[in-house]
Write a protein that binds this ligand. Structure first.
Ligand SMILES: *[C@@H]1O[C@H](CO)[C@@H](O)[C@H](O)[C@H]1NC(C)=O
Ligand SMILES: *[C@@H]1O[C@H](CO)[C@@H](O)[C@H](O)[C@H]1NC(C)=O
Ligand SMILES: *[C@@H]1O[C@H](CO)[C@@H](O)[C@H](O)[C@H]1NC(C)=O
Ligand SMILES: *[C@@H]1O[C@H](CO)[C@@H](O)[C@H](O)[C@H]1NC(C)=O
Ligand SMILES: *[C@@H]1O[C@H](CO)[C@@H](O)[C@H](O)[C@H]1NC(C)=O
Ligand SMILES: *[C@@H]1O[C@H](CO)[C@@H](O)[C@H](O)[C@H]1NC(C)=O
Length: 332
C-alpha cells in the first residue's frame, strides 16, 4: 500500500486539471462578505492596511524577521553592523523587481539570489540575508513573473527555481522558446501540438463568453515556464493543465505563506488610458493596480460588478468570477 502511495498522489495531481480549465467559472456565489470584506470604504483619516495584509506582516515581523536580522547582521563580527545598536527598532524592508520580460525576470532572480541567505556564497560575502528580512516582495511585468514563480512554487531559492532541482522543480526551461519551443520549423508536430493546447485553453475561456486577447496566449505560454505543472517530459502533451489551475489568490494556501517565511507578495500593474492601444511611456496619472495574494479576489468581484459586458450575461451582484486568470495573462 505504502509503495503505491507516491504513484497515486502523482496520478491525482496530474489528473487534477486539463487545459480547458482555463475558462473561469462565471456564475459562482460570492464568498461571505462578512468574513471577507471585499470592498473597503475609507476616508483619508481611516486608511489602513487590508486586515489580511496587516496580520501577515504582523506575524512575519514578530515570528520570522527578528531572527533573520540576527542571522544576517549579527553582532558586527561579520558585516560591520551591530544589531544591538538598532535598539529593537528594525526597518521595514520591501524589495521591488521591475519589468522588461525575460530579461527582468532573470536579472531579478540573479539579484535575489545574491541577497538570499540560502546562497552560501552570498551569505559569506554579507549580502545574503537581505531577502530574509524583507517584509514585502513586489514585482511588475517581467519582475512579476519571477515573483509569481517564487510564490507559486512555495518559495524555493532563486537558483533552484530557475535551474530546477531534478525532482519536483523542473526549472524555467528557458532553452525552450516561448513561441516555437521545438525549433524554427513551424510545421513541426511538437510546435503544432503546443499551439493547439494553448489555443484550446484560450478558446475555452472565450466559449465562457469572457473576452480574450493576445495576452491570454502570452500568459499561457509563460505558464509552461514559470509555473510547476510543466516538465520536459510533458511539455508537448495535454496530460496536465500546464498551470491553468494555479492562481495568485491561492498563494495563501502554500506552506511558506502559512509559516510567513516568504515576504508578502504584491504585483503592480500600470494601466493605459482608455482607448489607447499603444504602450509608450505611460502617463503618471494612469491608475496603478496593486494585487496582493489575499486581496486579489476582491478585484474579480469589482471587475464583475463594474463590467457591462458581464452584466450583459445576466449575472447579478451576488455572482462572482472564480478562477479569473489575471496573474500572468494580463501584461503585467
Ligand atoms: C559576536 O559573535 C561572535 C561570532 O558569532 C562571537 O564569537 C562573539 O563572542 C560575539 N560577541 C558578542 C559581544 O556577543
Ligand atoms: C532604546 O529603546 C528603549 C525602549 O524603547 C528606549 O527607552 C531607549 O531610549 C532607546 N535608546 C536609544 C539609544 O535610542
Ligand atoms: C549565489 O548568487 C550568485 C549571484 O546571483 C550566483 O551567481 C550563484 O550561482 C548563487 N549560488 C548558488 C549556490 O545558488
Ligand atoms: C506546484 O506548486 C503548488 C503550490 O506550491 C503545489 O500545491 C503543487 O503540488 C505543485 N505541483 C507540482 C506538480 O509540483
Ligand atoms: C468552443 O466552442 C466551439 C463552438 O461551439 C467548439 O467547436 C469548440 O470545441 C469549443 N472549444 C473548447 C475548447 O471548448
Ligand atoms: C491538446 O488538445 C488540443 C485540443 O484537442 C489539440 O488541438 C492539441 O493538439 C493537443 N495538444 C497536444 C500536445 O496533444
Amino acid at each position: 500500500m505504502t509503495l503505491f502511495l507516491p504513484f497515486l498522489l502523482f496520478a491525482s495531481v496530474a489528473a487534477q486539471y486539463s487545459i480547458t480549465d482555463y475558462a473561469p467559472t462565471i456564475n459562482a456565489p460570492c464568498p461571505q462578505a462578512s468574513n471577507n470584506v471585499l470592498v473597503r470604504s475609507f476616508t483619508p483619516q481611516t486608511q489602513a492596511l487590508n486586515t489580511q495584509e496587516g496580520s501577515y506582516l504582523g506575524a512575519r515581523e514578530s515570528n520570522v524577521i527578528p531572527a533573520a536580522w540576527s542571522d544576517w547582521v549579527g553582532n558586527s563580527s561579520s558585516i560591520g553592523y551591530d544589531l544591538a545598536l538598532f535598539n529593537g527598532s528594525l526597518p521595514r524592508i520591501g524589495i521591488a523587481v521591475g519589468g522588461q520580460g525575460y530579461r527582468a525576470a532573470q536579472f531579478g532572480a540573479g539579484v535575489l539570489s545574491a541577497l538570499d541567505a540560502r546562497n552560501g556564497t552570498a551569505k559569506s560575502l554579507g549580502t545574503g540575508g537581505l531577502l530574509q528580512v524583507a517584509s514585502y516582495l513586489a514585482g511588475s511585468s517581467g519582475g512579476s513573473w519571477l515573483t509569481a514563480s517564487l510564490m507559486l512554487n512555495d518559495w524555493p531559492s532563486p537558483s533552484t527555481l530557475v535551474y530546477g532541482d531534478g525532482r519536483a522543480l523542473s526549472g524555467w526551461m528557458l532553452d525552450l522558446d516561448l513561441v516555437a519551443p521545438s525549433g524554427v520549423n513551424l510545421g513541426d508536430t511538437d510546435n503544432q501540438a503546443y499551439w493547439g493546447s494553448i489555443l484550446a485553453s484560450v478558446e475555452a475561456k472565450a466559449n465562457a463568453s469572457i473576452d480574450t486577447s493576445i495576452t491570454d496566449l502570452w500568459g499561457r505560454a509563460l505558464s509552461y515556464h514559470f509555473l510547476n505543472q510543466t516538465t520536459r517530459n510533458n511539455f508537448y502533451t495535454n496530460t496536465t493543465g500546464h498551470g491553468v489551475g494555479q492562481l495568485w489568490s491561492q498563494i495563501p494556501l502554500s506552506p511558506s505563506y502559512a509559516d510567513q517565511s516568504m515576504p508578502f507578495p504584491i504585483i503592480a500593474a500600470d494601466s493605459l488610458p482608455s482607448g489607447s492601444e499603444s504602450t509608450p511611456v505611460v502617463s503618471l496619472d494612469s491608475v496603478v493596480y496593486e494585487a496582493s495574494a489575499p486581496t486579489f479576489p476582491s478585484f474579480a468581484r469589482l471587475a464583475h460588478s463594474s463590467s457591462s459586458h458581464l452584466s450583459s450575461l445576466g449575472l447579478g451582484i451576488h455572482h462572482c468570477l472564480l478562477w479569473f486568470r489575471w496573474l500572468i495573462q494580463a501584461r503585467i
